[in-house]
Design a protein around this ligand. Structure first.
Ligand code: SAM
Length: 209
């Protein structure tokens, strides 16, 4: 049955140029960085400033998770087992295609926080994923999205590709507002465009109690 929460998005918002199985696209490990060193450092700073410590889930992760220092117990969800095995900051990794099923194999209220770096634009059923991340977080725990202005264009949703960086912050805040279990989102331009490298934006919200 269609989820009425999606009615406020224009038609085609979640369409992608490449609608083939995501598992094909992510079959080969990409041991690369998707943002420059300055933005990686800034992402780590955002995580620290928001107090992402303890048991942390990195959603849409890969071989690096940008925490400095790494949290006590970092678990990474991603698409490629080879990438997850290379993530030396993590104590565990799970491969899960969240566009196929949003279900995360974790007990409710098992994490103290969550991150998602440069990846929210690949989710084509984001509200279910946001519901699910809320489920696995403890009350008060923060989920922070950081993103820049780079992407895999064929796999990003059309609504993101057609929007400005400022609009991207509104899109993520809207996902938090329309899904279940979140307090009001906050947003910040961490590294403005034109400041000498990749820009960085952050949008986050706390798991409501
Ligand atoms: C640009 S990479 C970013 C990786 C990592 N967060 C980083 O900062 O380097 C995009 C990531 O989105 C995740 N992703 C893409 N499609 C996905 C899907 N259908 N389900 C779950 N994760 C997905 C994959 O883990 C992929 O590595």
């Amino acid at each position: 049955m269609a989820d009425p929460r999606y009615e406020s998005f224009p038609e085609g918002f979640f369409a992608r140029l490449d609608e083939t199985d995501d598992q094909q696209f992510y079959a080969q490990p990409r041991l690369v960085t998707h943002i420059d060193d300055r933005a990686i450092e800034a992402a780590g700073r955002v995580y620290s400033e928001l107090g992402l410590h303890g048991q942390i889930l990195d959603v849409c992760g890969s071989w690096i998770s940008h925490f400095a220092p790494p949290p006590d117990a970092l678990v990474v969800q991603g698409m490629n087992v080879g990438e997850l095995r290379e993530n030396t900051a993590a104590v565990g990794g799970v491969v899960a295609d969240l566009n196929r099923s949003p279900a995360l194999p974790f007990a409710s209220r098992s994490f103290d926080g969550a991150s998602c770096c440069v990846s929210v634009d690949y989710l084509n059923r984001p509200l279910e994923v946001f519901d699910e991340v809320a489920r696995v977080l403890r009350p008060g725990a923060i989920w922070v999205h950081v993103f820049s202005n780079r992407l895999f264009p064929t796999k990003a949703i059309q609504g993101w590709r057609m929007s400005s960086d400022d609009e991207h912050m509104s899109i993520v805040a809207k996902y938090f507002a329309l899904s279940s279990g979140w307090d009001e989102a906050s947003a910040s331009i961490v590294l403005p465009p034109g400041s000498g490298g990749d820009p960085l934006y952050a949008v986050w919200a706390s798991r409501s109690s």
